[in-house]
Design a protein around this ligand. Structure first.
Ligand code: NI
Length: 140
C-alpha cells in the first residue's frame, strides 16, 4: 500500500521572552535579539502538523483532517493562543519558549491522540516570515 503524508495548518499568536538568567543583559540581547525584550512581545505562529499513513480502503483518507484539527486545537492552539508562554502555559513551565522547545512540547501533546495506523511525522513551527523549525521526533 502507498504511504502518504498529510498536513493540517493551524495558527496562534502568543507572547514570550527569551532570556537566560546565566547571561548578562548584554549577552542575552546578543543571543536572542529583540526576543530578549524584558516586557515580552508577541509573534503570529503558523503550525503545520504532518502525519503519515496509508489511505483507508473505503474512505481513501489517511485520516479525517477534521479530527486532526480538533486534536491540534484542543491539545495545542487553544492552550497557547493569546497566552504568555513564559507564564501562562503549564506544559511549557520551566522551559525557554523557543520555537525549538515549543515544537518538542507540541509533538508530545499531539502524538498520543492520533488514530491507530497514523503516525506523527513532522511538526513545523513558523515564528516569523523568515524563521521556522522542523521537528521529526528524533532523539525523543
Ligand atoms: Ni520572540
Amino acid at each position: 500500500m502507498a504511504l502518504l503524508y498529510i498536513t493540517r495548518k493551524e495558527h496562534f499568536n502568543a507572547a514570550h521572552q527569551l532570556w537566560d538568567s546565566n547571561l548578562t543583559e548584554e549577552e542575552n540581547f546578543e543571543m536572542f535579539g529583540k526576543c530578549a525584550n524584558p516586557n515580552f512581545h508577541g509573534h503570529n505562529f503558523d503550525l503545520f502538523v504532518c502525519v503519515k499513513g496509508e489511505p483507508d480502503k473505503n474512505t481513501g483518507l489517511v485520516m479525517d483532517l477534521k479530527i486532526l484539527k480538533k486534536i491540534i486545537r484542543e491539545q495545542v492552539t487553544d492552550e497557547l493562543d493569546h497566552q504568555n508562554m513564559n507564564l501562562d502555559v503549564s506544559w511549557l513551565k520551566g522551559q525557554m519558549p523557543s520555537i525549538e522547545n515549543i515544537s518538542i512540547a507540541i509533538w508530545k501533546r499531539i502524538a498520543p491522540y492520533l488514530p491507530v495506523g497514523v503516525k506523527l511525522h513532522k511538526i513545523t513551527l513558523w515564528e516569523t516570515q523568515n524563521n521556522f523549525v522542523e521537528f521529526f521526533g528524533e532523539g525523543l
